[in-house]
Design a protein around this ligand. Structure first.
Ligand SMILES: [Zn+2]
Length: 293
């Protein structure tokens, strides 16, 4: 569904040069990051858009192609293109979030493109983004409404969609689904249900077994729900509080199994760099552009 446009090919040629330039000096990269980021958030943001795209490509190996390059959309999806204001703000948030992954992580875990839209609709439902099943690509929706009111939601949606790509890349979806369903295999535990019963028919603590209400629909969404909560420090603190204060031993056991599994995936996919000290630093908002240097 995602084709490589002539524009994207031109950008790839430029990448060779930029990777060379970006590796010259870590201090130089850091100055570039700060300068582009403040430019994107300033009044002269239109001048910084191409530079931000080049930076993301050089630093993370991810292209930001034009929306039209997505080609044929999956059935039932419709999109609108972002204007330059929306794109500049969206790029700024993406730059801030991508530095949380070790420098080679994104290159090695199945993500090569992020396509920006200002809205994405699936029939009547508005989406924050989606991850391609077969291509190394995600789409993100970003518009002025998110910039004013829903920045955290946007950050979490980005990590959610990236997580879907990592799993697809490692071809681990089916095997992990089996393991996560087994966490719920004991009698009386709630099961994943794509079509949930009416909420008033569910026991009070039904959703406590899962990362979120949406996470209770299927294991892949449960895992992506943990991913989005772990990668944003304020949400991560809330998640840890929730686990630590869980008074029901059965629920606690399941949450811990899931949390440990998530730590294991990130540790493995990062070659050990996303270890316990990394998570402690992320929780305390200490991951900066130069963190992994
Ligand atoms: Zn999802």
């Amino acid at each position: 569904m995602v084709n490589v446009s002539p524009d994207a090919k031109r950008t790839i040629n430029r990448r060779n040069f930029l990777i060379g330039a970006a590796t010259l000096s870590a201090g130089n990269v850091l100055a570039t990051y700060d300068r582009i980021l403040s430019g994107l958030l300033g009044t002269e943001y239109t001048h910084c858009i191409d530079e931000a795209k080049e930076y993301i490509l050089a630093r993370h190996g991810i292209e930001i192609p034009k929306p039209a390059s997505i080609g044929t959309l999956p059935k039932g999806l419709s999109v609108t293109e972002p204007n330059k204001y929306e794109l500049s703000r969206g790029l700024g948030l993406v730059m801030e979030e991508l530095i949380k992954y070790p420098p080679l992580f994104l290159r090695q875990n199945g993500i090569k493109k992020i396509i920006f839209f200002s809205s994405i609709w699936s029939d009547e439902e508005r989406l924050m983004g989606f991850a391609s099943v077969s291509e190394e690509c995600i789409a993100m929706c970003y518009n002025a409404e998110f910039f004013e009111h829903r920045r955290e939601e946007y950050r979490r949606a980005l990590h959610h969609e990236l997580y879907h790509r990592f799993e697809r890349f490692h071809n681990s979806v089916e095997s992990e689904n089996g393991i996560w369903k087994d966490f719920h295999s004991q009698d009386g535990y709630p099961q994943y249900q794509i079509y949930m019963p009416e909420e008033n028919e569910l026991p009070d603590n039904y959703f406590s077994y899962f990362s979120s209400k949406y996470g209770s629909t299927e294991p892949i969404e449960d895992r992506a729900g943990f991913a989005e909560q772990m990668m944003v420090s304020e949400l991560y603190i809330k998640l840890l509080d929730r686990i630590q204060s869980e008074g029901d031993r059965q629920i606690l056991k399941i949450l811990l199994q899931k949390y440990e599994a998530m730590l294991g995936y990130y540790r493995e996919w990062s070659g050990g760099l996303m270890d316990l000290s990394f998570w402690e630093d992320l929780k305390n908002d200490r991951i900066t552009e130069g963190y992994f240097n």
